[in-house]
Design a protein around this ligand. Structure first.
Ligand code: KG4
Ligand code: ZN
Length: 343
């Protein structure tokens, strides 16, 4: 059994966690920055980085206290090294390097996306490789075949916005606070999902990718027209995203014989999305796994767990491991039409 300290600061959540290789989360602390960014309707990188610097040391002390552990009990330190907002990424990575050096333990420079990708295995011991992963967060919307630790094949990505980005932009148009996902999910409860006719970009096409920009523009027009209630727009928007995710995932399942479908990333916290994908998996005869909502949004437990998985394979890093703003899971996957930085 090994004990891993995980550190995360790649976007707008600061987090530290202590996780064991036999799947026990001894302690976790997560502090979000929603209020700091709310006036701007999105994450301001400089504000985020400063907040991480101020908060992270106290969180590390807190989880060590809670678990009655000291740095000498650690077997490794796992810190997110990218992708993300580079000023923020550097905070956890540098803290991790310092602790690893002081404790004389290995550093594991974790890809944040690998943290999301492996997170279901922290809570589902029966989830074996390979599995088809729908990774839906604020910065990414991808379908990946997860074949093993560090072994990913990208089947699809977004050609414009990520799914979480679409939620955030639609929320802004509706005058809802950042982050938009939870706010839209709440408002949608009181709305009619078929009230507003909205497009489902790429649905039915043989092209495997995602697109959400046209949906956002349609929401913009619906808001401007003023003929539908915000509740109906929220519910109809959420239904359109669900339909896009289900259609694209169904297409990918047709090209993969992976026995399980897994959903991870912040958007996987959405109940409508979870239940629609669970039904899809059932209809397609695949096992379905999705982490609890607190493990879907950014957290250090998933980083510590990815560290545990890498440590078990002997995959550790040198103390000069770089912080990376861009770091695709499947380095061999090419750029897709119009994808820009989201590939
Ligand atoms: O994985 P995450 O915490 O951070 C990134 O790595 O991006 O994902 C954040 C994204 C945001 O866009 C947020 O609006 C979305 O996940 N999100 C949701 C929900 N909770 C968070 N989207 C839809 N429904 C939710 N309940
Ligand atoms: Zn994330």
């Amino acid at each position: 059994m090994s004990l891993i300290l995980g550190l995360e600061s790649s976007c707008d959540d600061t987090s530290a966690a202590l996780v064991t290789s036999d799947r026990r989360i001894l302690a976790q602390a997560v502090v979000g920055q929603n209020q700091a960014h709310q006036p701007y309707g999105g994450v301001v990188p400089e504000i985020a980085a400063r907040a991480h610097v101020e908060i992270l040391p106290a969180l590390i002390e807190q989880v060590l206290d809670e678990a009655k552990a000291s740095v000498s009990d650690l077997d490794a330190v796992a810190a997110t090294a990218g992708p993300g907002l580079i000023g923020g990424v550097m905070v956890a990575l540098l803290a991790g390097k310092g602790i690893a050096l002081a404790a004389g333990r290995p550093l594991i420079a974790v890809n944040h996306l690998e943290g999301h990708a492996l997170s279901p295995r922290l809570v589902d011991p029966d989830l074996a490789f390979p599995y088809l992963l729908l990774l839906v967060s604020g910065g990414h919307c991808q379908l990946l075949e997860v074949r093993g630790v560090g072994d990913y094949r990208r089947l699809a990505t977004t050609i414009d916005d990520a799914a979480g980005e679409a939620f955030d932009k639609a929320a802004k148009l509706l005058g809802l606070p950042y982050p938009g996902g939870p706010a839209i999910e709440e408002l949608a409860k009181a709305g009619d999902p078929v009230a507003v006719p909205l497009p489902r970009p790429l649905v039915g096409s043989g092209e495997p990718h995602f697109s959400f920009a046209g949906l956002k523009s349609a929401v913009q027009r619906a808001v401007a027209a003023g003929t539908h209630s915000p509740e109906d727009i929220a519910a109809s928007f959420q239904q359109a995203v669900v339909d896009c995710l289900v259609d694209r995932t169904r297409l990918a399942l047709g090209t993969s014989d992976a026995p399980a479908l897994v959903v991870a990333g912040g958007v996987a916290a959405n109940k409508a999305i979870r239940s629609a994908l669970s039904n899809l998996a059932k209809n397609e005869g695949r096992h379905f796994s999705v982490p609890p909502a607190w493990l879907c949004t950014d957290n250090a437990a998933m980083i510590a767990w990815a560290g545990a998985e890498r440590l078990a394979q002997g995959l550790t890093d040198e103390l000069d491991a770089p912080a990376r703003a861009r770091w695709p899971l499947d380095e061999a996957a090419g750029k897709v039409r119009g994808a820009g930085v989201k590939a």
